[in-house]
Design a protein around this ligand. Structure first.
Ligand code: SF4
Length: 397
């Protein structure tokens, strides 16, 4: 067992089993808090403020990661939690130069760091496509389906719809042959129209889609997807979506199905997932405050835990943060919640114990198991897939 009792700068010295930590595979950095849209289901409180992650902090962050015991051979650095394209292209050119220099200095060039952006697509133009290409940035676009469904929630502050500009961005990516995936928030209105949703993605050549079911979280305190009836409708929606895609030879691959299919095909079962494994994910806000576990918890504070923020990269190492009482309380509850999941849920091997932010938002603690979100994210897609596979081979076309 790899363990640590040394706590440079930390308050506590309890022994930690570091074999259950890392490696860091995902670093989410808030390049800016500002978003040019004002989607009504957004969980970010300060999205109207233009606060920027100063790139002078990036070498500090990278050194913290590359010299920590949690560093692995490769990681994705995602610019997210605001609209990253409200900054100039030169910001990401500079970031690339810093990343390359730091990987040489602190890891002998042996760690691969790939940059990603998750964008609302409305600002993508030829200049951005050139920027994505020269910096090898992987692109994710947030679009909820056809205009009528998308524009019901995704609007500018002046109330104008955003679908047309987002589609212009997607067409620009396609014209430049830049691959991208899509994240679509599923609301009650979308569930009424599985055919329109499917045809939208198919007809626009959008082949990789992840569904994020609208959640009750952060400043977004209610969801159109609450209740047992909505879960049943979501099951029917996914069944219909799968049937339509299967009949066409699956031109649209849904992340929810693909993750399960990959695990089944590899005959693999999860014992943990990246959202509840400490230092598998590192989240950093524009000021340099950081946390681990679920990125959506970073800016949250609560009576039970205080803040989920573990420290600031300027003065706290990742290892020191792991020895603080705050981290140990969080990790204790996360581990206890996973234990509840493992002993009580048939889906554990395909889920790994769920997502901390949803446990917290729904139950006020991380020491719990089932949530509405895990039924949407894991249980219902697995049920739909297994029912389909039990029904036998697909009908010949
Ligand atoms: S599906 Fe829900 S209850 Fe089951 S393991 Fe995952 S989070 Fe826990």
């Amino acid at each position: 067992m790899i363990s640590s009792q040394v706590a440079p700068g930390g308050a506590a010295t309890a022994e930690l089993d570091l074999s259950r930590f890392g490696p860091i595979g995902l670093v989410v950095v808030q390049s800016t808090s500002l978003c040019n849209l004002d989607c009504d289901y957004c969980y970010l409180p300060d999205r109207q403020k233009r606060r920027v992650f100063n790139l002078e902090l990036l070498p500090v962050l990278l050194q913290r990661i590359l010299e920590s015991p949690f560093c692995g051979p490769q990681l994705s650095l995602v610019w997210h939690a605001g609209e990253p394209l409200t900054l100039p292209c030169s910001y990401y050119d500079e970031a690339t130069a810093i990343i390359e220099r730091c990987v040489q200095e602190h890891a002998n060039g042996e760690v691969l760091i790939e940059q990603h952006v998750q964008t609302n697509g409305t600002l993508i133009n030829d200049e951005w496509c050139a920027c994505f290409r020269r910096n090898r940035i992987v692109v994710g676009v947030s679009i909820d389906g056809p205009a009528e469904i998308h524009d019901a929630h995704r609007r500018f502050r002046n109330g104008n719809p955003s679908h047309q500009l987002c589609m212009r961005g997607i067409e620009t990516l396609q014209r430049h042959d830049i691959p991208f995936h899509v994240i679509a928030v599923v609301t009650a209105a979308a569930m009424e129209q599985p055919e329109a949703m499917y045809r939208f993605f198919r007809d626009h050549g959008i082949s990789a889609v992840g569904f994020n079911v609208e959640e009750q979280e952060g400043v977004h305190t209610s969801s159109s997807m609450q209740g047992q009836q909505q879960e049943e409708r979501y099951r029917q929606f996914l069944q219909h979506f799968w049937q339509l895609s299967e009949a066409d030879g699956h031109p649209v691959v849904l992340r929810e199905f693909q993750q399960v299919i990959d695990l089944i095909q590899r005959n693999q079962r999860l014992n943990q997932n990246e959202l509840n494994r400490p230092y598998s994910i590192l989240s950093v806000d524009w000021q340099g405050n950081f946390s681990t576990f679920d990125p959506e918890l970073l800016s949250v504070s609560s009576e039970r835990y205080g803040s989920f923020n573990l420290g600031n990269i300027r003065d706290t190492s990742l290892l020191a943060a792991a020895h603080t009482p705050r981290f140990q309380q969080l990790w204790g509850d996360v581990a206890a919640g996973m234990q509840r999941c493992q002993s009580g849920c048939d889906y554990y091997g395909l889920c790994g114990g769920g997502m901390g932010s949803n446990k917290f938002w729904e139950h006020g603690t991380l020491d719990c198991s089932e949530t509405s979100a895990c039924r949407f994210r894991t249980q219902i897609p697995v049920q739909v897939l297994l029912e389909r596979f039990e029904a036998g081979p697909p009908p010949s076309r």
